[in-house]
Design a protein around this ligand. Structure first.
Ligand code: B12
Length: 214
């Protein structure tokens, strides 16, 4: 099987919510020489986006989404273990990331964190449904260069705005980034975030620019 077919098999297995087939397809892709990151970034992320679309069209329901989220996390964890340890790039900066209070969505945030890590950022993940003060405390503790906040719902986007206000109030000068399904570049501008990124690949590019590495 070629690379595209191997990736497609991973994507299809996740959309079908077939955990056994998904794990096997991941193994097959790895054995076929596909990089673990590419499997996460392309196949798994695409599948989850499709699942999101199916949910929005009423063709998939919440219990199925929960299964999808669960098996995607298992597959991601397995693939992360396969990222070669010698792929340690030069350290670019320190990044604190989390999903704001009231919001339990953490799949995309997890993908962003993984990609930042393998690209040279020291990443501190403060989790999901995280009180804003926790972002601030962690940023102070690790002297963060960037704080990134994820929000997937229109109701929780306001947490990103409040986080930026709180960081400023507490005198932190780190850069801020926002992302997630609900926010936009326009929202980022409106709330005074330094940057918005639409997906994990873009998040890495933007983060590198913010720390002056590109
Ligand atoms: C999976 C999912 C769930 C799972 C979450 C599991 C988990 N552990 O994450 C479960 C089933 C728990 C869930 C629950 C709910 N969900 Co939900 N969920 C989704 C779904 C289908 C997919 C989200 C996802 O994982 N996408 C795949 C990832 C890879 O993409 P992503 O998150 O967008 O992340 C990418 C980018 O956004 C970006 N990014 C993400 N974070 C960050 C952060 C930074 C700093 C940067 C730079 C970039 C970045 O990079 C990522 C990778 O490329 C979306 C539909 C959708 N279209 O988004 C609904 C959706 C987000 N959910 C929704 C809702 C309403 C809910 C519930 C309220 C449902 C309910 N009625 O009970 C609850 C929320 C409870 C709560 N308090 O949070 C709505 C939100 C509507 C809105 N606009 O406000 C959506 C849009 C579905 C819909 N159309 O109704 N959900």
């Amino acid at each position: 099987m070629g690379k595209e077919e191997l990736l497609k098999a991973v994507e299809d297995a996740l959309i079908k919510l077939d955990e056994g087939a998904l794990m096997k397809a991941c193994d097959d892709a790895l054995a076929g020489g596909v990089e673990p990151l590419e499997i996460i970034e392309k196949a798994l992320t695409n599948a989850m986006t499709t699942i999101g679309d199916l949910f929005e069209k009423g063709k998939m329901f919440l219990p199925q989404i929960m299964v999808a989220a669960d098996i995607m996390k298992k597959a991601t964890a397995k693939l992360e273990e396969k990222i070669p340890a010698d792929q340690k790039p030069e350290k670019l900066g320190t990044y604190v990331i989390g999903t704001v209070e009231g919001d339990v969505h953490d799949i995309g945030k997890g993908v962003v964190a993984t990609l930042l890590k393998v690209n040279g950022f020291d990443v501190y993940d403060v989790g999901r449904d995280t009180p804003l003060q926790n972002f601030v405390d962690k940023a102070k503790e690790v002297n963060a260069d960037i704080v990134g906040a994820s929000a997937l719902m229109t109701t929780t986007m306001v947490g990103q705005k409040e986080l930026i206000e709180l960081l400023k109030k507490e005198g932190l000068t780190c850069k801020t980034m926002i992302g997630g399904a609900a926010p936009t570049a326009r929202w980022a501008e409106k709330i005074g975030a330094d940057a918005y990124a639409e997906n994990a690949t873009e998040a890495v590019e933007v983060a590198k620019k913010l720390v002056g590495a590109e």
